[in-house]
Design a protein around this ligand. Structure first.
Ligand SMILES: [Zn+2]
Ligand SMILES: [Zn+2]
Length: 194
């Protein structure tokens, strides 16, 4: 997949609050490599204060998406990246959220560093289990969530193909079971949409 960087609209990765630069770099690299979008990591922004749900000490994704919408017209898609815990009022937590076709998405690393059985990445138990490839695994998960939500932002909906990045995924075990690729049908929609 190749695009002309001069004519292709840009994707923006926006750190929200304190985010390790490597996390944003991983997201940008994957948007560029898998979606073929020239991607830029831009200056960090504060989390919109109204997104903070005091009682839950989590951040409501909806007001974050509204804030990211401002002046999105000049670019193709904007993806907020945060280390803070995201949720929706009706959901305990989300890995990420997007406005379908609305060109904005937000993703969080907060829930991606736990093992399916509840062991934190990097703990002795996690390493002893022989499954730890951290932080590689964390970044692979982050890339998958970023691509899934960005594709939503570009207009794609969920896919029936269980191996596709657009499969509806619940939980880290499911997330780990899908590959870092879109199925041919979703891939086609992304290319046409570009
Ligand atoms: Zn989804
Ligand atoms: Zn698909």
């Amino acid at each position: 997949m190749s695009v002309d960087p001069d004519t292709s609209p840009l994707a923006e990765v926006v750190p929200l609050g304190r985010v390790p630069p490597v996390a944003c770099a991983v997201v940008a690299a994957n948007l560029q490599a898998v979606l073929g979008l020239p991607t830029q990591v831009v200056a960090a922004r504060q989390m919109p204060p109204r997104a903070h749900l005091r009682a839950r000490d989590q951040y409501d994704a909806a007001p974050i998406l509204s804030a990211l919408r401002s002046e999105v017209e000049s670019i193709r898609v904007r993806v907020g990246v945060t280390a803070l815990d995201l949720c929706l009022p009706i959901l305990t937590f989300v890995y990420g959220e997007a406005l379908v076709g609305g060109r904005v998405a937000v993703i969080s690393s907060a829930r991606l560093a736990a093992w399916p059985h509840g062991t934190a990445v990097g703990t002795a138990a996690g390493t002893a289990a022989g499954t730890a490839e951290e932080p590689g695994l964390l970044y692979e998960r982050l890339a998958k969530v970023a691509l899934h939500e960005t594709a939503h932002a570009l207009g794609l909906t969920h896919c029936q193909d269980h191996g596709c990045l657009m499969a509806f995924s619940v939980g880290l075990e499911k997330l780990d079971s899908i590959h870092l690729v879109f199925c041919p049908a979703c891939e086609h929609k992304l290319v046409v949409g570009r």
